[in-house]
Unconditional design. Structure first.
Length: 243
């Protein structure tokens, strides 16, 4: 009886050891590596996250491109239908991105666009770089923008509330909110216009042109100083010389 019990204890211990060794081998062999190397990765969307899961960057095609993400919560975007990349701050809130696209329509007309921007904290873009082509019309620009101080989540709450309303009601609700709380104003524009002119426009806090430096499509240079109503108060060459 003692020999039988001894052999039983031996089998139990032996089985436990074998099971432990097997588990270590399997789990060790399939444990995720902290480093990996690939020649190519094909994906429709890639999410870059912190160790705690906080989203820091998204690279996606048009079909899987996200809406507006604030502190990890996603909201519909009213008009973003593009492929590209979005950047997120330490709190998982969008703070800039890179988008791009281009195609030739059935009528043979080409289109192309590219956009790089960086956002104010919990607000919209304050620095942008854009190019756009629609058929034979092309323009490109860099802009600086003053954004209001309220969190953009307050505006998104308004758009979420009226998302199923008629378009006119949506526009009215947004306009009313901005009238009460403030709206963005462009402060600097450097770019090429659709007429092939190039210009630098310095604007006041309300977004009104105050100094315009321009080279027209025909190569004619000009500098204009304007008052808050857009009236020319100084020019080089003088206005009468340009007529």
């Amino acid at each position: 009886m003692r020999d039988f019990l001894g052999s039983q204890r031996f089998l139990v211990v032996y089985s436990a050891v074998v099971t432990l060794v097997f588990a270590i081998t399997v789990l060790g062999g399939f444990a995720p590596s902290r480093n990996a190397s690939f020649k190519a990765i094909t994906a429709e969307r890639v999410n870059i996250v912190e160790p705690d899961g906080t989203l820091r960057m998204v690279i996606a095609d048009k079909a899987l491109f996200p809406g507006i993400i604030l502190k990890g919560a996603e909201h519909p975007h009213p008009n973003r239908h593009t492929a590209g990349m979005l950047f997120f701050n330490d709190e998982g809130t969008e703070n800039g991105g890179l988008t791009f696209g281009g195609s030739k329509g059935k009528n043979g007309e080409v289109s192309s666009n590219g956009h790089l921007s960086f956002d104010q904290y919990e607000q919209d873009q304050v620095l942008t770089l854009d190019q756009n082509q629609q058929g034979g019309t092309r323009r490109s620009a860099m802009t600086l923008v003053d954004e209001p101080d309220y969190p953009i989540g307050e505006l998104i709450a308004v758009t979420d509330r009226v998302k199923d309303r008629p378009a006119e009601e949506k526009r009215a609700a947004i306009a009313d909110f901005m009238a009460k709380n403030g709206q963005p104003h462009q402060r600097l524009y450097i770019g090429r216009g659709e007429d092939r002119s190039v210009s630098v426009k310095l604007k006041d806090a309300e977004g009104r042109d105050r100094i315009v430096i321009e080279v027209g499509a025909d190569g004619t240079p000009a500098i204009r100083l304007l008052d808050q109503d857009g009236k020319v108060i100084g020019a080089m060459p003088a206005e009468r010389e340009r007529r």
